[in-house]
Each structure stands twice: as structure tokens, then as C-alpha cells.
Ligand binder design. Sequence first.
Ligand code: SAM
Length: 247
Amino acid sequence: MPATPAWPPKSAPRLFVPDTLAASATVRLEGNPAHYLARVMRAGPGDIVILCDDATGEWAARVSDVGKRDVVLEVTEQLRPREAVPDLWLAPALLKKDRFDLVLEKATELGIARIQPLVTRRCVADKLNLERARAITTEAAEQCARTALPQLAEPVKLDALLAAWPQERALFFADENGGEPAAAAFAAHSGASAILTGPEGGFDEAERAAIRAHPAARPISLGPRILRGETAAIAALSVWMASAGDW
Ligand code: SAM
């Protein structure tokens, strides 16, 4: 008995599009998405592409036309609704570009809901190219077949973050000077959560005291070794996903 071909085809390209998707909708792609489909993936009329809109979920679409500068698709059917995203935010202090890129990519793969970059006194970098960062998180979401994109906020200074912090959201402060073991702290809290990590130079004493003084702050330890900022963010997210997330 010949096996029925997988639907949608495993090789079908996957793209987030700005349009809100619905059955029989027509989607016209230009620029990089069109180039990727037509030139890199060599998609042609009749080929299936998986489209997501970060709102209604994931849809199958059929290529109806490939022009010089655009690709037109007809949406056929919904494949999956938008995923239920675990209510976890990440507030990572900015790091050197390639290391922060890693945080953006891995946090997206791990299922983060919102990334709130932080500027602290010892940050080496103090700016973030938000458009470039959004491209990294979008590509990571497409690669790991998410149907939701993480929210991505402009970087804020630590004192502004603490002043505006929502009281109901636990702020797990990854403190290399010590705190509750992360797994135990996460398992004991099932509500809205966030993880805050520092830069290459760590926090200065005034920053550490300000964070610890915040009513929502819960200092956590990530073990006896001093981790790089990107390692700390990725490790803490993984532990949270395993003990309080959707793993
Ligand atoms: N103060 C560190 C040092 O002495 O080298 C530098 C900071 S560390 C490279 C970057 C950040 O990762 C820290 O600010 C903290 O948020 C987190 N981190 C690293 N190791 C950790 C640990 N064992 N427990 C909790 N957080 C840790």
C-alpha cells in the first residue's frame, strides 16, 4: 500500500506574513519573502507554502503566480491555530551583537512570549537595531515552526523597567551572587513570569540592590559557575520551560 504523501509537504517553505490570513484570501509577497520563495526555494505555480500571520495561526497556501518582483498565493486551509504561548518574558541586558543575536534566536525557539532588552551600567552595547532583531526572531520562529512571534520591545534602562514593572509578574533575577535554585523557584510559581539576566560585566551593587528591593523580584541561582549572559538567559529559559512552561 503506497504511503499517502504527508500534508502539508514537509519541504513546504514557511513564512510569517503581515496580512491577516483567511480561507480563499489572496496574498501578494514582494521583497525578501518573494525573493526567498521564487529564487531560493524555487517555488512555482501550484506549490504549497505555509503562511502564518501571528494572529489566526498557520495556513496552507498555493502559489498562483511568480512575477519578476512578487509572488502571489491563494490561501486554501487553516492547518493550526495560533499556539498558546507560555506567559514568560525575558529581560536580557544587551550583550555584544553576535551574543545577543544568539539570545534572540534561542529565546524564540524556546517559546518566549516577550523580549524586553535592558540597558544597564556595565552593558558593552547600548543600542539594538530593532528591525534586524525582528528579522532574527521571525526567522527563528519560521525555522522551529512556531505559529506565534515573540513581542520585541525597545531597550529600556533598568530603573525605568523596575519603575514600570507589573506587580503580578514574578521577576526572576538571575543573580550570580546567589539566590534560590532556579528549578525550585520556577516550580513554586505558576503565574506570569519573567527572567532578568545581566551583561558581560554583571550588575553593580546599586543595581543589584535596586532589583532585590523590588517586590516582584525573586533572586535565582543558575548553579555554582559564572555563566556568560547568553548562556544564563538560554539556560534559565530552558529550566523554566521544563518546570513551568510547555515542555
Ligand atoms: N558578575 C559576573 C562575573 O563575575 O564575571 C559577570 C556577569 S555574568 C557574565 C552575566 C550574567 O549572567 C549575570 O549578570 C547573571 O545575570 C547571569 N549569571 C551568570 N552566572 C550565573 C549564576 N551562576 N547564577 C545566576 N545568574 C548567573
